[in-house]
Design a protein around this ligand. Structure first.
Ligand code: ADP
Ligand code: MG
Length: 266
């Protein structure tokens, strides 16, 4: 399985923008899952420019779960295409549509996490936009499905101070899982003012992603702004494509290692 979960501490460092950038450049079939408990419909209203979701998404999965359906076979049916091309397939699972719906979801996260993780058997990786960690932490059922967790921060002191606080919660949560996934940083806009190397040293954590500071490119992803010329080939997207490739290879190595350890243990 290859589930990459992206989250943040406070503010809006760029989780959705980074997750979408990865999903649009990921080298394998990929699903971007909007699991932000603070509903915003950011991808539908932004990059997808108001595309009608036709009732598909997390809320439908919750109804199916309530009716006793297994979510594994259903999850792909609840998705929308992110791109016209299907080589590789890039799809999107819409998130919550009303303010209270995530509260009704506590008992559904485990089944959703399992269904997302199960897509690996069909050669599909998953990028989860988990939104903010929040005061009570991330849903454990969702976190349990993650092969790796990436905390998105900006490179400012304000963002880093908040990250320090919420990392304590996240750290406790991942250590409580049967298999602890690696936790790394994404520094959105490194060098404004601190470099990714400085931040990584300060937090004693690796930095796996350094999305460039590029408000114009970011606005295409976050708000559906018009794409500048050669948007997908140059600058911001070309850098994130290289990072997506590195990350996907890193996760494949991690899976191979876990499988080998499991093989030795059994
Ligand atoms: N790499 C970046 N460079 C410049 N601006 C960015 C970058 N990533 C995100 N942003 C901007 O930051 C704002 C918040 O982004 P968003 O992805 O919605 O954050 P979050 O999901 O963490 O709340 C948006 O206006 C977006 O365009
Ligand atoms: Mg977001």
């Amino acid at each position: 399985m290859a589930v990459l979960l992206l989250t943040s501490a406070t503010g809006a460092p760029g989780v959705t923008t980074t997750a979408l950038g990865l999903a649009l450049t990921w080298p394998r079939h990929v699903l971007l899952a909007d699991c932000d408990r603070d509903p915003a419909q950011a991808v539908q209203a932004g990059y997808l420019r108001g595309l009608e979701h036709g009732g598909r998404g997390l809320v439908s999965l919750a109804h199916l779960h309530r009716d006793g359906a297994a979510l594994g076979p259903e999850v792909w049916r609840q998705t929308l295409p992110l791109t016209e091309s299907s080589e590789p397939e890039r799809r999107f699972l819409p998130g919550f549509t009303s303010a209270g719906s995530s509260r009704l979801f506590e008992h559904v996260w485990g089944a959703v996490g399992d269904a997302l993780a199960g897509l690996d058997a069909r050669g599909i990786d998953v990028v989860v936009d988990a939104g903010r960690i929040g005061v009570n932490g991330l849903p454990m059922g969702l976190l349990a499905a993650a092969d790796a967790v990436v905390l998105c921060v900006r490179s400012t002191l304000r963002s880093l101070a908040a990250a320090q606080i919420h990392l304590a919660t996240l750290g406790e949560q991942v250590r409580a899982l049967p298999t602890t996934p690696p936790v790394a940083l994404a520094v959105v806009g490194p060098g404004r003012p601190y470099s990714a190397a400085e931040i990584s040293a300060q937090f004693a954590m690796p930095c796996w992603l350094e999305p460039a500071w590029d408000p114009r490119a970011a606005e295409v992803l976050s708000d559906g702004a018009d794409e500048p010329r050669r948007f997908h080939e140059a600058g911001f997207m070309s850098r994130i494509r290289a990072e997506a490739k590195g990350l996907s290879e890193r996760m494949a190595r991690g899976r191979a290692h876990t499988a080998a350890v499991a093989g030795v243990a059994s």
